[in-house]
Unconditional design. Structure first.
Length: 362
C-alpha cells in the first residue's frame, strides 16, 4: 500500500527519535519495546485513513482527488512519490506558514515535517491532526505527560479548552518555549475572570483586579515571574507551588512547611524567640514572627498578615485576611507608627510594637 515515499519516512522519523529521547521518556520505556514505544503510534502514518475508519475532516487539497498536487502521479491507486519535501508542498498553499516558520523559536517536529502532526489527506481529528491535542503533544513529551497525570495538584489549563496550545504555538513562536505570549501575560490573562474555580469549587482571585487594586507587588511578581513559585504543568504542592506552603490559615510550625518562602527569605525569621536583627516585626527584642508563627499546632501562616502577590501596604501586608471556609475576612488593620507598627482590634486588642533599632534585613 505504501508508495515510493516510504523510503524517506523511516529516515525522517529516526532523526526525530533522537531528540524525543531527550524529552525524558521514563527509563523503562526504552527497554520496554525498543524505540517503537517512544514514537507515538500516530506520528508519520502518512497515508489517507484506512477504509472503514470514519473520516472526521478531509483536506480540501485531497478532496478533489487530484493526487498530483503533492504526488508525482495522478492515479489514486498509485500516486507515487512526493513531488518535493513535505513542508515545501504545504507552503505552496499555506503561504502564511513561511512567515510563521521563520519566527525565532521553532518547534523541531514542525521544521522537520508538517505531517508529524497533520495528515495531508484526512483525519478523525479537526485541523487534520493525527491525534487529539493533549494525546498528540504528550505522545512525544512524555515527561510533561508524567507530570500532568501524576501530580497531586493538576492545572486545569492543560485539560480544558485548547489544552497545550492555549499556551504553546505548535509551529513556531516569538517567545521562548514556544509560548504564545510572555508567560506573565499568559497567566494573568487567563486568571482575569471572576469565575475561575479550583477543583474544590473555590473561586480563584481575579489577577488583573488584584494587581490593579494593590500597588505593592511582591518582588518576583513585579519581575513578572509567576514560575518563581508555580509549576505550570502540575505539582505535588498546594496551588501548584514549587515548594511546600501550608494550605490553611493555621499550621504547625516547621520550617519545611514554609520551604517556598524560605528559598528566598531567612528561614530563622520565626525560629528564635528573641532577636534585634532577624526581623522588624518585634517588640523590642521579642520576635513577633516567632510569637505568631511558631506554635506546635495552630501557628498562623504567613497569609494571616501577608498577601503574597500584591498588597495595599508595604511589607506585603494585608488589610484583611481570609479566615475559615465561610469566605470570611478579618481586618488586619496594620499601620506603621513612628517607632514600629500596630494592628487593629480583631484578632486581639489593638496592639503596638516598637522596633526602633533598625534590623538588618536578611
Ligand atoms: C496536499 C498534499 C497531498 C495530496 C493532495 C495527496 N497526498 Fe498523499 N501524501 C502526502 C504526504 C505529505 C505524504 C507523506 C506523509 C508523511 O510524511 O508521513 C503522503 C503519503 C501518502 C501515502 C502513504 C505513502 C506511503 O509511504 O505509504 C499514500 C498511500 C498517499 N499519500 C495517497 C494519496 C492519494 C491516493 C492521493 C490522491 C487521492 C493523495 N495521496 C493526495 C501529501 C498529499
Ligand atoms: C493545493 C493547496 C493546498 C496544499 C498543497 C495544502 N493545503 Fe492544507 N488546506 C488547503 C485548503 C484550501 C484548506 C481549507 C481552507 C482553510 O481552512 O484554510 C486547507 C486546510 C488545512 C488545514 C486546516 C484544516 C482545518 O480544519 O482548519 C491544515 C491543518 C492543513 N491544511 C495542513 C496542510 C499540510 C500539513 C499541508 C502539506 C502536507 C497542506 N495543508 C497542503 C489547501 C492546501
Ligand atoms: C507538533 C505538531 C504540529 C506540527 C509538526 C505542525 N502542526 Fe499545524 N497545527 C498543530 C495543532 C495542534 C494545530 C491546531 C491549533 C489550534 O487549534 O489552535 C495546528 C493547526 C494548523 C493549521 C490550521 C490553522 C491554524 O493555524 O490553526 C494549519 C494550516 C497548520 N497547522 C499547518 C501546518 C503546517 C504547514 C505545518 C508544517 C510547517 C504544521 N502545521 C506542522 C500541530 C502541528
Ligand atoms: C513528534 C514528536 C513531537 C510532538 C508530537 C510534539 N513535540 Fe514538542 N518538541 C519535540 C522535540 C523533538 C522538541 C525539541 C526538544 C526539546 O527542546 O525538548 C520539542 C520541543 C517543544 C517545546 C520547547 C521545549 C524547550 O525546552 O524549548 C515545547 C514547548 C513543545 N515542544 C511543546 C509541544 C506541544 C504543545 C505539542 C503539541 C501541539 C508538541 N510539543 C508536540 C517533539 C514533539
Ligand atoms: C498554562 C499555560 C501552559 C499550558 C496549558 C501548557 N504549558 Fe507547557 N509551558 C508553559 C510555560 C510557561 C513554560 C515555560 C517553563 C515553565 O514555566 O514551566 C512551559 C514549558 C514547556 C516545555 C519545555 C520544558 C519545560 O518543562 O520547561 C514543554 C516541552 C511543554 N511546556 C509542553 C507542554 C505540553 C505538552 C502541554 C500540554 C500537555 C503544555 N506544555 C501545556 C505553559 C503551559
Ligand atoms: C488557558 C487558561 C489558563 C492559563 C493560561 C493559566 N491558567 Fe491557571 N488555571 C486555569 C484554570 C481553568 C484553573 C482552575 C481549574 C483547575 O486548575 O483545575 C487554574 C488554576 C490555577 C491555580 C490553582 C490550582 C489549584 O488547583 O490549586 C494556579 C496556582 C494557577 N492556575 C496558576 C497559573 C499560572 C502561574 C499560570 C501561568 C503559567 C496559569 N495559571 C495560566 C486556567 C489557566
Ligand atoms: C512568591 C511566590 C509567588 C509568586 C511569584 C506567584 N505566586 Fe501565585 N501563589 C503563591 C502562594 C503562596 C499562593 C497561595 C496563597 C494562599 O493561599 O494564601 C498562590 C496562589 C495563587 C493562585 C490561587 C489564588 C486563589 O485565589 O486562591 C493563583 C491563581 C496564582 N497564585 C497565580 C499566580 C500568578 C498568575 C502569578 C504571576 C502573576 C503568581 N501566582 C505568582 C505564591 C506565588
Ligand atoms: C501576625 C502577622 C504576621 C505573620 C503571621 C507573618 N508576618 Fe511577616 N511581617 C509582619 C509585619 C507586621 C511585618 C512588618 C514589620 C515592620 O517592618 O514593622 C513583617 C515583615 C516581614 C518581612 C520583612 C522583613 C522583616 O522580617 O522585617 C518578611 C520577609 C516577612 N515578614 C516574612 C514572613 C513569613 C515568611 C511569614 C510566614 C512564615 C510571615 N512573615 C508571617 C507580620 C506577620
Ligand atoms: C523567588 C523568591 C521569593 C520567594 C519564593 C518569596 N519571596 Fe518574598 N520577597 C522576595 C524578594 C526579592 C523581596 C524583596 C526584597 C526583600 O525585601 O527582601 C521579597 C519581599 C517580601 C516581603 C516584604 C519585605 C519588606 O521588607 O517589605 C514579604 C513580607 C515577603 N517577601 C514574604 C514572602 C512570603 C510570605 C513568601 C512565601 C509565601 C515569600 N515571600 C516568598 C523574594 C521571594
Amino acid at each position: 500500500m505504501r508508495s515510493r515515499t516510504t523510503s524517506s519516512v523511516p529516515l525522517a522519523l529516526s532523526l526525530l527519535l533522537v531528540p524525543a529521547l531527550a524529552l525524558g521518556a521514563p527509563a523503562g520505556a526504552k527497554s520496554a519495546g525498543g524505540s517503537g514505544t517512544l514514537r507515538s503510534a500516530f506520528v508519520g502514518k502518512g497515508g489517507p485513513l484506512p477504509q472503514g475508519v470514519k473520516v472526521g475532516w478531509s483536506h480540501a487539497a485531497y478532496e478533489n482527488g487530484d493526487c498530483s498536487i503533492c504526488h508525482v502521479g495522478k492515479d489514486p491507486k498509485n500516486p507515487g512519490a512526493l513531488k518535493g519535501p513535505v513542508n515545501e508542498l504545504c507552503f505552496q498553499c499555506h503561504e502564511e506558514f513561511t512567515a510563521v516558520m521563520s519566527r525565532p523559536v521553532k518547534h523541531p517536529p514542525a521544521v522537520e515535517r508538517c505531517t508529524n502532526c497533520h495528515n495531508a489527506h484526512n483525519a478523525t481529528e479537526k485541523k487534520l491532526l493525527n491525534a487529539e491535542i493533549y494525546t498528540l503533544c504528550t505522545g512525544c513529551h512524555t515527561k510533561i505527560k508524567s507530570i500532568a497525570e501524576n501530580a497531586k495538584v493538576k492545572h486545569g489549563a492543560l485539560s480544558t479548552g485548547s489544552k497545550c496550545v492555549s499556551c504553546h504555538n505548535p509551529h513556531a513562536a516569538n517567545v521562548e518555549k514556544l509560548l504564545v505570549q510572555l508567560p506573565f501575560d499568559l497567566c494573568v490573562n487567563c486568571h482575569s475572570r471572576d469565575d475561575v474555580k479550583d477543583p474544590s469549587g473555590k473561586t480563584l482571585v481575579n489577577f488583573s483586579k488584584l494587581l490593579a487594586a494593590n500597588k505593592v507587588w511582591h518582588a518576583p511578581v513585579a519581575n513578572k515571574d509567576c514560575s518563581a513559585c508555580h509549576m505550570t504543568h502540575g505539582s505535588d504542592n498546594f496551588r501548584l507551588l514549587v515548594e511546600d506552603y501550608p494550605a490553611k490559615f493555621y499550621a504547625p510550625y516547621d520550617p519545611k512547611n514554609y520551604a517556598l518562602c524560605f528559598t528566598c527569605h531567612n528561614d530563622k525569621v520565626a525560629a528564635t524567640p528573641e532577636t534585634t536583627t532577624l526581623t522588624n516585626f518585634r517588640d523590642g527584642s521579642r520576635n513577633l514572627h516567632y510569637v505568631h508563627v511558631h506554635k506546635e499546632e495552630r501557628g498562623r501562616t504567613c497569609r494571616a498578615c501577608h498577601e503574597v502577590h500584591a498588597s495595599p501596604n508595604e511589607h506585603q501586608l494585608r488589610d484583611k485576611t481570609p479566615f475559615g471556609a465561610g469566605g470570611w475576612s478579618l481586618n488586619v488593620g496594620w499601620q506603621k507608627t513612628p517607632t514600629g507598627g500596630q494592628c487593629s482590634k480583631t484578632c486581639h486588642d489593638t496592639k503596638q510594637y516598637t522596633n526602633k533599632t533598625i534590623a538588618t534585613k536578611k
